[in-house]
Write a protein that binds this ligand. Structure first.
Ligand SMILES: [Zn+2]
Length: 239
């Protein structure tokens, strides 16, 4: 994407939720205050960029009208290093030692299912596509791991509040969002054997409070997943 390097800056982030943290805090504990108070069911989260100019507009276009942006936006994971770190996590879980970024990304193909956060049936009907799935699909192809993309039927969204946009989420407190989404996802019985004992990497476009990804991770853990991490394109500054 032209000029993207101008807006890609390395940021110290909380290990669990990818919220930006001060370098001192990152060095001391690796977790932000909310994650220290209340641990998430995600063992790691990586984010490519902060949610703001110019990414906000591009992510909204991807979500509502331009599915074709998925390939270029998924490239941010590689260019920011976030996707490479996620690949390295997968490699570490498999006790392999990737020698470079490419090896780290290829290692993903051996150990992890890549599972996009699903959209509700109602939203699928309105938009016609799930932008998170398009991002996951593009990233799997770019990481030489197209076979690791999990099936849509493995995780279903059964409930979605009427205000899912990051902008409107700011009106709801973190605790409210977690309550609203507590039972929003389900792993159907026929998908449990595919999930059990597996390390799963969830993919989403934006992480705001973390409630959506946490609810998805909880459903996967309840179904027997061994570990759940997340890779998002953008993280809001605070939750
Ligand atoms: Zn955190």
């Amino acid at each position: 994407m032209p000029c993207e390097s101008q807006f890609l800056r390395p940021t110290m982030r909380c290990r669990a939720c990818a919220a930006p943290v001060l370098p001192e805090a990152a060095a001391a504990q690796a977790l932000c205050a909310p994650c220290l108070r209340e641990p998430l069911p995600l063992s790691r989260t990586w984010a490519a960029v902060d949610y703001g100019f110019p990414w906000r507009n591009l992510l909204l276009r991807l979500k509502h009208q331009e599915p074709g942006l998925a390939t270029a936006l998924a490239g941010l994971w590689k260019n920011s290093g976030a996707g490479t770190q996620a690949g390295a996590w997968a490699a570490a879980q498999a006790d392999t030692q990737p020698s470079d970024a490419t090896a780290a990304q290829q290692a993903l193909s051996n150990v992890a299912w890549v599972l996009p956060v699903p959209a509700s049936a109602a939203r699928m009907q309105i938009r016609g596509y799930n932008h998170s799935r398009l991002l996951a699909q593009a990233w799997c192809v770019q990481s030489n791991s197209p076979g690791r993309l999990a099936r849509s039927a493995w995780l279903l969204r059964v409930d979605e509040p009427a205000t899912p946009q990051p902008a409107t989420q700011q009106g709801a407190s973190r605790a409210q969002r977690f309550r609203q989404l507590r039972n929003a996802f389900v792993v159907p019985p026929q998908a449990r054997s595919a999930v059990q004992g597996q390390r799963i990497l969830l993919i989403d476009d934006v992480m705001t409070t973390g409630a959506t990804l946490s609810a998805a991770a909880s459903a996967l853990r309840q179904a027997g997943a061994a570990d759940v991490c997340a890779l998002v394109l953008a993280r809001t500054a605070s939750s």
